[in-house]
Design a protein around this ligand. Structure first.
Ligand code: PHE
Length: 473
C-alpha cells in the first residue's frame, strides 16, 4: 500500500522537499517586508521566539500524524481517530485556496526574470509594475506557466518528481542566496540596513506585531494545512522524526534571515524606504538593481532563486490536494494532477484580475477576490487548522501511540516528550486561540476573558484525562 502511494528515496530528499515547501515567497517576499513594516529587529526577535516555541512542536506533530496515518491529510487524521478527518479537510481546502493566489505572485516572478534577462528596467519601476499586474491577460499567462510547471513535476510522483526537483532547486537556491547576500552587505552604507534588520527596538513590540509574526510562522513553515502531514505520510518507519522536525524550521529561518540580509542593506544603501510592503521586491529592488554595476546579472540571480523557492512551495500546495484526490477517490495521480491544476487555472483569473479590472469589485465582505482569499486563509483557516492540530496532538491522540510514533517505538530518544506535549496542549492552544479570536473581531477587552475561559477548559480536560488514567505528561 505505502509503495503505491509513493515514498521518499532518502531522508535527505525528504528534508529538502519539506524545506522546499517551507521556504517560499513567505520567506523571500513577505518576511523582509513584514520586518520592514513592523520595526525591523523587533519583529525578527518575536518571529524567532515563536519559531522556537511553536514551529518545531507543530512540525513534529504534523509529521507524526502523516507517518502514523499513512494517508492524505484528511485520511491521516481519520485513520488515527475517526471523526477528525474534517481538520485535514480544512487544511486541504486551505492549500487549494492558497495555491490559487500564491501562483499569481509566482507568475510575476517569472515575468521579472524575463525582464532582467532582456536588459532590465528602463523607466519608472512603479509604473512598470502596476501596468504589468493590471494588464489582464499577460499576468494570467505567466501564472498559468507556473501552474503547468508545478503540475509537470507533481505528475512524476513523490521520489521521481518532487524529491528530484527539490534536490536540484534547493541547493541552487542556497548558493544564489549567498551570492546576493554578499553583494548586498558589501554595498556602501549597507551597515544601516543590517542594523535596521537586526537591532531590536523593544518598544516597537506591540500585540499587533506579535500576531503578525505568529501568522507568518505558520505560513512560512507550511503549518496548519496538512502540507507536512502529506509529506510525512511518505516517510519510512526508520526516519527520525524529531531530527527532521528540527532541521526544517532551522533551514527555513536561515533563509528568511538571509533574505532580509539580501534585501534590506541594498535598499538602505540606495537610500530607499524599507516599508514599501508587498512592492518591496518588485518595485524597490529593481530600482536597486538598475543602479548597481552588473545589476541585471544580480537581478536574474535573485529572481531565479525566488522562482525556485516559489516552485518548491507550489509543488507542495498541489501535492496536498492531489494526494487527497488520489487516496480518497482512487483516481490515478496523472488524472488527479490535471484535474486540480485545471481548477486552479480557472481560479487564477479572478485572482489575477483583482490587481486590474476587478480591483474595485469589493463584494467579498468589503474586499476584492484576492484580498478576501488571503484573509480567509491567513486569519481563519490557518489558525483554526493550527488550533485543531494542537487539540488533536495534545488531547485526542492516544499518548502511548503518539510516543511510539515519535520515538520509532522507543528506538529514538526524545527526553522532551512531556515538555513537548505540555507546550502544545497549553501554550499552543492559547496562542492560536489568540490569533483566531482576534481575527474574528473579538475586542481586546474581551480577549482576556475568552482566553481565561479556554484555559479553564484546558485544565478541566487535563483533569479528566488524568482520571481516565492517561499518564500525566
Ligand atoms: N511556506 C510557504 C512559503 O513560505 C507557503 C506554503 C504554505 C507552502 C503552505 C505550502 C503550504 O512561501
Amino acid at each position: 500500500m505505502s509503495n503505491e502511494r509513493g515514498n521518499w528515496g532518502s531522508s535527505v530528499g525528504f528534508v529538502l522537499a519539506a524545506a522546499g515547501s517551507a521556504i517560499g515567497l513567505g520567506n523571500l517576499w513577505k518576511f523582509p517586508y513584514l520586518a520592514g513594516k513592523n520595526g525591523g529587529g523587533a519583529f525578527v526577535i518575536v518571529y524567532l521566539s515563536l519559531v522556537v516555541i511553536l514551529g518545531f512542536s507543530l512540525m513534529l506533530g504534523e509529521m507524526a500524524i502523516g507517518r502514523r496515518g499513512k494517508s492524505d491529510a484528511y485520511g491521516s487524521y481519520n485513520n488515527i481517530k475517526k471523526g477528525w478527518g474534517f481538520v485535514g479537510m480544512m487544511g486541504i481546502l486551505c492549500c487549494f485556496v492558497i495555491y490559487s493566489y500564491y501562483v499569481v505572485i509566482a507568475g510575476w516572478i517569472v515575468k521579472y526574470i524575463g525582464l532582467f534577462l532582456s536588459g532590465g528596467l528602463n523607466g519608472d519601476p512603479v509604473d512598470y509594475f502596476s501596468t504589468f499586474i493590471s494588464s489582464g491577460t499577460t499576468p494570467i499567462v505567466y501564472s498559468i506557466i507556473m501552474v503547468v510547471a508545478t503540475a509537470l513535476i507533481v505528475l512524476k510522483g513523490v521520489s521521481g518528481g518532487i524529491e528530484k526537483a527539490s534536490k536540484i532547486m534547493m541547493p541552487t537556491l542556497f548558493i544564489f542566496m549567498l551570492v546576493i547576500v554578499v553583494r548586498s552587505v558589501t554595498l556602501p552604507n549597507a551597515m544601516d540596513g543590517i542594523k535596521y534588520f537586526l537591532k531590536p527596538d523593544f518598544s516597537l513590540i506591540t500585540p499587533k506585531v506579535i500576531i503578525a509574526a505568529l501568522g507568518q510562522v505558520f505560513f512560512s513553515l507550511s503549518l496548519g494545512m496538512g502540507a507536512m502531514i502529506t509529506y510525512g505520510s511518505y516517510l519510512s518507519p526508520e526516519t527520525k522524526l524529531v531530527k527532521s522536525a528540527f532541521c526544517i524550521p532551522v533551514l527555513d529561518t536561515i533563509i528568511a534571515l538571509l533574505a532580509g540580509l539580501a534585501i534590506l542593506p541594498a535598499v538602505f544603501s540606495f537610500g530607499l524606504e524599507p516599508t514599501a510592503g508587498p512592492g518591496l521586491i518588485f518595485i524597490t529592488l529593481p530600482k536597486v538593481f538598475s543602479a548597481m554595476p552588473f545589476g541585471n546579472v544580480f537581478g536574474v540571480i535573485f529572481f531565479v532563486l525566488v522562482l525556485f523557492a516559489a516552485l518548491t512551495s507550489t509543488i507542495s500546495l498541489l501535492e496536498v490536494v492531489v494526494s487527497f484526490v488520489v487516496d480518497q477517490f482512487k483516481l490515478d495521480r496523472k488524472k488527479a494532477t490535471v484535474l486540480v491544476s485545471a481548477l486552479i487555472a480557472l481560479l487564477v483569473i479572478p485572482n489575477s484580475n483583482s490587481f486590474g479590472s476587478m480591483a474595485e469589485l469589493k463584494v467579498f465582505f468589503g474586499m476584492n477576490f484576492f484580498d478576501f482569499l488571503c484573509y480567509l486563509t491567513d486569519n481563519i483557516l490557518l489558525p483554526a487548522g493550527g488550533l485543531l492540530l494542537c487539540v488533536f496532538v495534545g488531547f485526542v491522540w492516544d499518548k502511548e501511540d503518539l510516543k511510539n510514533e515519535v520515538t520509532n517505538h522507543g528506538e529514538v530518544k526524545f527526553e522532551m516528550f512531556s515538555l513537548w506535549i505540555v507546550g502544545v496542549k497549553y501554550l499552543g492552544i492559547q496562542l492560536l486561540s489568540l490569533i483566531l479570536l482576534q481575527a474574528v473581531g473579538v475586542q481586546d477587552e474581551f480577549l482576556v476573558y475568552a482566553l481565561g475561559t479556554i484555559f479553564a477548559v484546558q485544565i478541566l480536560c487535563g483533569r479528566l484525562e488524568a482520571k481516565r488514567g492517561v499518564k500525566a505528561v
